[in-house]
Design a protein around this ligand. Structure first.
Ligand SMILES: Nc1ncnc2c1ncn2[C@@H]1O[C@H](COP(=O)(O)OP(=O)(O)OP(=O)(O)O)[C@@H](O)[C@H]1O
Length: 796
């Protein structure tokens, strides 16, 4: 390892990292000896390369003259504090209690700082504030002189390599794909990513780069996570428990690498670990409890100051001291309840410690040194990560084809079901018939067969010659829809209706044919008796409105056909119809409009809208759930880039689903479209974008599938009912009408109906209002999404 060549311009550490005290002590330990013995087994070359290149102060950020890395100018000329936290206060929204309460911490540049503390004391909170994932409620954080989150700080971004406690990687990617994605996000060219991937995987003993992350063991997964963090060789490395579940030898290798990175690469490392003794290798240890830093110093000085043999003892001593201080404070202020009072400052916890012999120049913390804040990193986050995100989204789809299958199969099923179920007239509706006029059929209860029972019209139609008219009437009833069943009496027929065996009962009175003939022959001179006895009585089951109306309409049409049939059969004037109204060819639509055509525009709009919404919410939540999104954001991807990459992918899926919907409905089921197809497609496309924007909003608000499902279903039903898809908006309750028109699907449905049913184009207000309303809703959803993201960022 001695053959490491420092790059030109790199300065070797002189103060904090060169003290050697902690390592000296450690080498004397058993673990130290094991490490020394095993050090020969290390891949010296890999370590050398990794550590040498980790220096943020190199002119190009590359190693050994490699100029392919991101353009990283020198950070600062003099060694100072890389991270300074002062008087930090932090609490979480909706959670009582303060997590950080006047927390101070100073991490010297080019050193390892180990932050120790019990579970839940706030370590992860501190780290997430350092990397810019969360914001403090009060106090300041400076990393390389700049507050994280400011535009030129490179934080979140390549300035910091952050390994979160959770895996925060997508299990469906291979190891190589994972590193490739994060390498691209950091702005590394592909060949550099490849080269570094090979070395890191070899060093970290990750079995194969083609293995899916989810198929690795927990320890291997954490090493992949560490590799992601170190890949772009950031000047500041933040590691939240990187050695959990890692083999002791490899754990030591990792520490060796970190030590070399700090000493030879001037990298600053902050690490949390549960292995307290392991932390003794760090240059500085910070002991944290209940949101404050109890002590912060070199390990040997902490041991000396508190006269302890182990760090565990130091921690115990400090914790007891803090506890005593809390009890005293409570006694002094007995009314204080709730959160335990803590000393005014972390220094207070140190004050009553036995005074160690410490030379002031040895003190690592240099918080008040103004030169610290002059140390300006000039990392520019100017690379566009949209392509990296796009590649990630497509790879995700390749590994996880369910959304794509969903986008293809669901519209086929939905449109197929729509075409085969909605709007088709019911058939085989049973009608109970009682014919007291004449026996039409050979046997009671037989089906109507042709014109059996009707002898035909005589040459000369008179009241005497016209016979068996009831049979002709039954013959003309639409037998595709209605099936007739004969009953011997009206009470029996009504009983069948009451029992749900027939939808209606129909009665021909005795001598119906004779009296009907009289009605036709005598016209206005017909007697009341003739008029009364030439009427058919009908009793309906109207419990099903649609079937009831259809049966009524069918019977009325049969009567009209029958009347015309008699007039034609008897060579009478056919214009003497009972109703003197002539229904002409309609201006728009057909004489017998179909319910399917009415529903079609709403069906298309709803399908495209909700498909886009579902797929968007599904893919974003998956990314959020894996923690991949949070990690991408920490690595420097912006929210806009995440959204842009999703918009592109979702648009492709949306176009596929839209084409399937239109082909199924217009070509397969031949539903009516009188208008220009271009405007139909344009409106569908906009509606898809609108669904996608609502999807963005929902996935911003929700962290779990369950919450998103509730929101999605909650939006689905009101939108369906109020959009005018099932029933005209004009028929809704007056108060709901204006609400209905204002919703995203309503004007678009009406617009599509005008295009498809009336053949109108964009010039008509009824059409362009649908486009305008959809565009406005897209704007509203996108704005509230961005506002929500900002608010969440502010309060996180
Ligand atoms: N997103 C959050 N919302 C609400 N409370 C939170 C959130 N994250 C952490 N906390 C709370 O803040 C406190 C500190 O949590 P934090 O994760 O920082 O502790 P930690 O020291 O890192 O613990 P560990 O060692 O177990 O990881 C805990 O009480 C935790 O419940």
């Amino acid at each position: 390892m001695d053959d490491i060549e420092l790059e030109e311009g790199r300065t070797a550490p002189t103060t904090a990292t060169s003290n050697g005290h902690s390592n000296g002590g450690y080498r004397a330990s058993t673990l130290g000896r094991i490490r020394d013995e095993l050090s020969t087994a290390l891949r010296v070359e890999a370590t050398t390369e990794l550590s040498a290149g980790a220096n943020g102060c190199t002119p190009n950020g590359g190693s050994n003259g490699t100029s392919n890395g991101p353009s990283i100018p020198p950070i600062c000329g003099t060694r100072g504090a890389a991270i300074v936290i002062k008087d930090a206060k932090k609490s979480y929204p909706l959670q009582s209690g303060i997590v950080l309460d006047g927390f101070n911490m100073t991490v010297p540049e080019g050193t390892i700082y180990s932050l120790l503390g019990a579970s839940g004391c706030g370590k992860t909170t501190v780290l997430s504030c350092v990397v810019g994932r969360r914001r403090l409620n009060a106090g300041t954080v400076r990393v390389l002189g700049l507050p994280p989150g400011t535009p030129r700080s490179g934080m979140p971004g390549p300035t910091i390599g952050y390994m979160p406690q959770e895996l925060s990687l997508y299990g469906g990617f291979t190891v190589a794909e994972t590193l490739k994605y994060f390498g691209w996000v950091a702005g590394l060219p592909s060949d550099v990513v490849r080269e570094r991937t090979t070395k890191l995987l070899s060093f970290l003993e990750i079995p194969t780069e083609d293995r899916l992350v989810r198929d690795l063991s927990g320890g291997q997964q954490r090493r992949v996570s560490l590799a992601v963090t170190l890949l772009h060789r950031p000047p500041v490395v933040i590691l939240d428990e990187p050695t959990v579940g890692v083999d002791p030898v490899l754990r030591q290798n990792i520490w060796d690498l970190l030590l070399r990175m700090t000493r030879e690469g001037n990298t600053t490392v902050v690490i949390t670990t549960h292995y307290i003794e392991e932390a003794r290798q760090a240059d500085t240890i910070g002991l944290m409890r209940q949101g404050i830093l109890l002590a912060e110093d070199r390990p040997d000085r902490l041991l000396a100051r508190y006269a302890c043999q182990t760090m565990e003892e130091v921690f115990l001593k400090l914790s007891l001291r803090q506890q005593r201080a809390l009890v005293q404070a409570q006694a002094a202020a007995p009314v204080t309840v709730g959160a335990l009072p803590v000393p005014d400052s972390p220094d207070a916890a140190r004050e009553d410690a036995p005074e160690p012999v410490v030379d002031s120049k040895d003190v690592l913390t240099v918080v008040d040194d103004p030169s610290l804040l002059q140390c300006k990193p000039v990392y520019l986050q100017n690379q566009n990560n949209t392509w990296a995100c796009l590649w990630k989204n497509f790879t995700y789809m390749k590994r996880n084809p369910v959304p794509v299958i969903f986008v293809i199969i669901l519209p086929i099923i939905q449109c197929g079901l729509f075409g085969m179920t909605v709007g088709r007239d019911p058939d085989d509706l049973r009608l109970a018939v009682v014919n007291d006029d004449v026996q039409c059929f050979p046997a009671m209860g037989g089906a109507v067969e042709g014109s059996v029972g009707f002898p035909g019209y005589p040459a000369n139609c008179t009241t005497k010659t016209l016979r068996h008219l009831s049979c002709r009437m039954l013959d003309l009833i639409d037998d595709d829809r209605i099936s007739i069943e004969q009953f011997s009496s009206v009470p029996l027929a009504l009983e069948a209706v009451r029992a749900g065996k027939a939808w209606g009962a129909l009665h021909f009175p005795a001598n119906y044919s004779r009296f009907l003939a009289a009605r036709h022959v005598w016209g206005r001179y017909a007697s009341d008796k003739a008029l009364n006895h030439s009427e058919i009585s009908v009793w309906m089951d109207m419990s099903n409105q649609y079937i009831g109306h259809m049966l009524q309409a069918s019977l009325s049409l049969s009567v009209l056909r029958f009347t015309r049939d008699i007039q034609e059969g008897c060579h009478w004037n056919t214009r003497a119809t009972p109703i003197p109204v002539s229904i002409m060819e309609p201006v728009y639509g057909q004489l017998e409009p179909s319910f399917q055509d009415f529903c079609l525009p709403g069906m298309i709009v709803t399908t495209v809208f909700f498909m886009a919404l579902l797929v968007t919410v599904g893919s974003i939540l998956e990314e959020k759930r894996d923690g991949l999104m949070a990690r991408s954001l920490s690595a420097g991807v912006t929210v806009h880039e995440v959204l842009a990459s999703h918009v592109i992918v979702q648009m492709i899926l949306m176009v596929i689903s839209m084409i399937i919907v239109l082909v199924m409905l217009l070509c397969v089921f031949q539903l009516t479209n009188q208008g220009p197809l271009f405007w139909v497609i344009a409106l569908c496309f906009l509606q898809g974008l609108c669904g996608m924007s609502l999807g963005f909003f929902i996935s911003c608000l929700c962290d779990s599938d369950m919450a998103a499902t509730y929101m999605g279903v909650g939006a689905f039903f009101p939108l369906i009912f109020l959009s005018g898809m099932l029933w005209p908006v004009e028929g809704m309750h007056v108060l709901l009408r204006s609400v209905g028109w204002a919703l995203p699907l309503t004007l678009a449905t009406s617009s599509l109906r005008s295009i498809m049913g009336r053949g109108w184009s964009i010039a008509q207000p009824a059409v362009y209002l649908g486009f305008v309303s959809t565009a406005v809703w897209i704007g509203i959803f996108m704005c509230i999404t961005l506002i929500t993201i900002r608010v969440q960022k502010r309060i996180s």
